[in-house]
Design a protein around this ligand. Structure first.
Ligand code: PMP
Length: 452
């Protein structure tokens, strides 16, 4: 692991960034991006010699860690051989990536439409469903994130939608299940499941089933707080979709490709979508790639009739070569199994033990390397540690928690009053312990903000 110490170079990188890079989701004069010198495996480092254990996997995408040598080599080989080619041709890395993805997706999702990322996958899943059914509306959950392009941001249920909502995308939101902050005042998983399905059925009936093309759900909603659904919920949604002729879309952009300790979160629930979106983990974000896996029935709609959509870089050879290498590496090195083991034996028990010791922890939930620690001012009332705040204003308790984690060598994922524990699937047990120890220290700082 080469760790450069060159503060001057870091300062130059930072200065050019501050002068010219316009950053996502940020007030440009408020953010203070770290200048990164390098990364390898589960770590990255700055130009000052500080090294961080990455409990964010970037934006939850480096499932195989940074700079995996086999994947880097595959990208280099593909670049030397055929760096790019238009999508209407059959080229080896695209064919092979489609085959490997189709082999792993559930049921008969055997045709793959490639995109450059998650939002485009969602856009195209919606388009497939609308043309297939001839219906306009799509239903999605409030606590959700589906991307920041037009349809994807309208479908997004969380506050990131507000500034972008033109109200014109034929989207209706409903409440999905989430027992810890139940929209249905439920007291058990069974009750939450039953009431959430009743609410969805009511929503469908009042919107008019014949106007609804699709229901889209994240299998385990991620960006809004990693909320595994109660057993039976996704099977119930499948039944409603069958009953009303609605296309069932599962968004696995964040949860897919090993994160949950299975290839897809859908495998945990034996969920059977008609369309499934993916991105991020498919090649660990080494080159931008996403896609939609399509059922036989929906693919048949477009057997003789053209699919009205396409992207210049659909199935880019470099991105697909990275996907082939990533999927092969994940299988060879038993990376999905490692994620499952970490969840069951190390992160799950470790985070629950931290919840025992720290009054600021309100809830711990997740699976594999996909965990949420929800911080509260008061465990009884579940009042969030940070009052709900969509304005982006600095929030002292979470900032203090984050700073403490970084001081102890851990880069945490912070979102509202939550830290998401989303390290690479390749994390070792000792790295997991190192991260838990840093979280322990950071939570001691969060405890100071607990009421009373
Ligand atoms: N769907 C889900 C579930 C996501 O988590 C994300 C990204 N966080 C997206 C879609 C959008 O993906 P992208 O940012 O690659 O467009």
């Amino acid at each position: 692991m080469t760790q450069q110490v060159n503060p001057q170079e870091g300062a130059a990188v930072k200065a050019a960034d501050r002068a010219h890079v316009f950053h996502s989701w940020s007030a440009q004069d408020v953010i203070d991006p770290l200048a990164v010198a390098g990364a390898e495996g589960s770590y990255f480092w700055d130009f000052e010699g500080n090294r961080y254990l990455d409990f964010t996997s970037g934006l939850v995408f480096t499932n195989i860690g940074y700079q995996h040598p086999k994947v880097v080599a595959a990208i280099q080989e593909q670049a030397a051989q055929l760096v790019t080619f238009a999508p209407a041709f059959a080229v080896a890395p695209r064919s092979e990536a489609a085959r490997l993805v189709a082999e792993r997706t559930p049921g008969d999702l055997d045709k793959i439409f490639f995109t450059n990322g998650g939002a485009e996958a969602v856009e195209n899943a919606v388009r497939l469903a609308r043309v297939h059914t001839g219906r306009p509306k799509v239903l999605s959950a409030y606590r959700s994130y589906h991307g920041s392009t037009s349809a994807a941001i309208h479908l997004t249920g969380d506050p990131r939608r507000w500034a972008n909502d033109t109200g014109a995308a034929g989207v209706v939101h409903f409440w999905g299940p989430f027992l810890y902050r139940s929209p249905f005042y439920a007291e058990s998983e069974e009750q939450e499941c039953e009431r959430a399905l009743k609410h969805l059925d009511d929503t469908i009936r009042y919107e008019g089933p014949a106007t609804i093309a699709a229901i889209i759900l994240e299998t385990i909603p991620g960006g809004s707080g990693i909320m595994p659904p109660p057993p039976g919920y996704l099977a119930g949604v499948r039944e409603l979709c069958d009953k009303y002729g609605i296309v069932f879309i599962l968004d696995e952009v964040m949860a897919g490709f090993g994160r949950t300790g299975t290839w897809f979160a859908a495998d945990l629930y034996d969920a059977r979508p008609d369309l499934m979106t993916f991105a991020k983990g498919v090649n660990s974000g080494y080159v931008p790639l996403g896609g939609v896996a399509i059922s036989a029935e929906i693919a048949e709609t477009f057997a003789q009739r053209p699919f009205p959509g396409g992207l210049t870089y659909s199935g880019h050879p470099l991105a697909c070569a990275a996907a082939v290498a990533t999927i092969n590496v994940m299988a060879e090195e038993k990376i999905v199994e490692n994620a499952a083991h970490l969840g069951e034996q190390v992160l799950g028990p470790g985070l629950r033990a931290l919840a025992e010791d720290h009054p600021s922890v309100g809830d711990v939930r997740g699976t594999g390397v996909f965990w949420c620690v929800e911080l509260v001012r008061d465990r009884e009332t579940r009042e969030p540690l940070v009052p709900y705040n969509a304005t982006g204003k600095a929030n002292a308790p979470m900032a203090a928690f984050g700073a403490a984690a970084k001081k102890h060598g851990l880069w945490p994922f912070l979102n509202m009053n939550r830290t998401h524990v989303v390290p690479p699937c390749t994390l070792t047990e000792s790295e997991a312990q190192e991260g838990l120890a840093a979280l322990d220290k950071a939570l001691t700082v969060a405890d100071e903000f607990v009421a009373g």
